[in-house]
Design a protein around this ligand. Sequence first.
Ligand code: GSH
Length: 210
Amino acid sequence: MTYILYGDKGSGAFSAEAVLAEAGAPYEFKRISLEKNEQREPSFLAINPSGKMPALRLPEGGIVTESLAILLTLADHFPNARLLPPQAGPVRTQAYRWLAFMASEIYPMVEISDYPERFVEKDQAKALREKARERIRERLLIVERMVAGPWFLPTGFSIVDIYAAMFSRWRGSIGSKWLEEGHIPHLEALALEVSHRPAVAPVWQRHFGG
Ligand SMILES: N[C@@H](CCC(=O)N[C@@H](CS)C(=O)NCC(=O)O)C(=O)O
């Protein structure tokens, strides 16, 4: 009864792997290299026709794609791991709100920042990348202001922390200089906490290094 996670190091697969680790779930990690464009190969498109990672094969069969859907599915599968605040309570609503914000307002900008030439002609790609980076930064600042501290939610650790920590790590998509200027100290502190969680630490190390 093993989960199979498809993804690459440092990609959105981090969030799924960190949650599998937190839940103590048995899983295998199947590497799909972004550098080699393996996400566009027929064997992976058969798993996720959109050519995006992460994708998760469930022990009972079936595939889940979309990072947020994967995180919520795992939170459902492992209720004892308390990966979300109590069901139907006000903090659960906030968890959904900010998970959805990151999935729908930040994640799509990452594709534009990473692959601007998919959207415009080559001579406009640099300018588009800069616009996408600006939108990501703007939206990270909104998330930054919502951090209760030390975790995102006032009720403690949850999958929101794993997701937020991941978005704060994507230097290439955000712009290293901006990150070094220290605009998101609460998210940085939260990411550090996430990286030190015993179950997550080895996963963090593999995806993001020290
Ligand atoms: N909506 C998807 C987005 C996933 C996504 O964009 N993943 C990136 C890696 S972080 C990817 O697979 N990029 C490859 C590509 O766009 O070709 C999700 O939430 O899982």
